[in-house]
Design a protein. Structure first.
Length: 309
């Protein structure tokens, strides 16, 4: 066993100790059907070696991790200035689906990693970029041709999206969402319903770690300046209102979703994908978060080093 394999085996054992303390998301009914004890971690290294432990081939919905892909496409399509003309790049410190600051503190969404921001981003793309275009692009950047929309999750979320619909219409009232509100919301929900695996997330993580280049062909999948923006926002805003503590403890740009996924990017070295649908109170995979904390120490992944002199 090499050191990565061994670290993944140990991480999995540590993560499993925490899953009973978490719960699957239930506000989208279909998500509550997940096996709360499922847990897996996959690493893809810069030399494209793949290491896996646990449930790394189970498909689950990408949920908020799609915000990374949508942001990247919006930056490519509209450019930095346009994307951030109507949206900030600050952590909100509030839950991902909160409307409070949007209404009371600032008329712009705080960042593209919360729902208000991602619905805004979807609004930038709709009607120029279709869901089919985004699906094809998601397959390319995740190195996974098997990605499809999970129709059950899509229907379930579509039928339980009162809060996101409220956010979308609030955005319209503030002149942020200027196109078709329902179509923008639908694009957002479709993207959240993509079925991925921990392996697909590791693939996406590797593309981001590799500055936007396909790790095997060397083809450019994302502009380098877009990748830089995306990773920075993942670091500051990617783990809900736990982003600060996660950055201190793990020190790896990451994005989680309420389907139980976590996408992590270790600069120039590897992509990490996690699946663990039991969530902590903030909405992050509880087993996944502890696995990443362990891996950061065991493999020296923290972007600011080991902390030793
Ligand atoms: N589709 C979910 C929602 O809009 C995404 C939430 C998440 O993963 O953070 O509520």
């Amino acid at each position: 066993m090499n050191s990565i394999e061994q670290a993944l085996t140990e991480a999995l054992a540590i993560g499993r100790q925490y899953v009973d303390q978490g719960e699957c998301a239930s506000y989208i009914p279909e998500l509550s059907r997940a096996d709360k004890h499922a847990l897996g971690v996959c690493v893809m290294t810069a030399s494209t070696d793949r290491y896996a432990a646990g449930d790394t081939k189970t498909r689950f919905s990408i949920q908020s991790i799609s915000k990374v892909i949508t942001l990247a496409v919006a930056l490519q399509h509209c450019g930095f200035e346009k994307v951030f003309e109507k949206m900030n790049m600050e952590p909100s410190g509030d839950p991902f689906n909160s409307l409070v600051k949007l209404d009371l503190t600032d008329d712009k969404p705080f960042n593209p990693m919360i729902n208000a921001g991602a619905i805004t981003t979807a609004g930038y793309l709709e009607p120029d970029v279709s869901f089919e275009d985004l699906l094809a692009y998601s397959r390319r950047v995740c190195l996974d041709e098997g990605i499809e929309i999970d129709e059950r999750v899509y229907e379930s979320e579509k039928n339980h999206c009162a809060r996101n619909r409220a956010i979308a219409y609030l955005l319209q009232s503030k002149g942020i969402l200027t196109g078709d509100v329902e179509k923008s919301l639908d694009l957002y929900i479709r993207m959240c319903s993509l079925g991925v695996t921990a392996e697909s997330l590791a693939g996406l993580g590797l593309v981001l770690a590799n500055g936007g280049l396909h790790p095997q062909t060397g083809n450019r999948l994302m502009d380098a300046d877009v990748v830089r923006v995306v990773k920075t926002i993942m670091l500051t805003c990617g783990m809900y209102d736990e982003s600060g503590e996660f950055a201190v403890r793990v020190g790896v740009p990451s994005k989680s979703g309420v389907g139980g996924g976590i996408l992590s990017v270790v600069e120039k070295r590897m992509g990490i994908g996690i699946y663990g649908p039991a969530l902590d109170k903030k909405g992050n995979s509880i087993g996944g978060r502890h696995m990443l904390e362990y891996l950061s120490q065991a493999l020296g992944l923290h972007m600011f080093g080991t902390g030793e002199a």
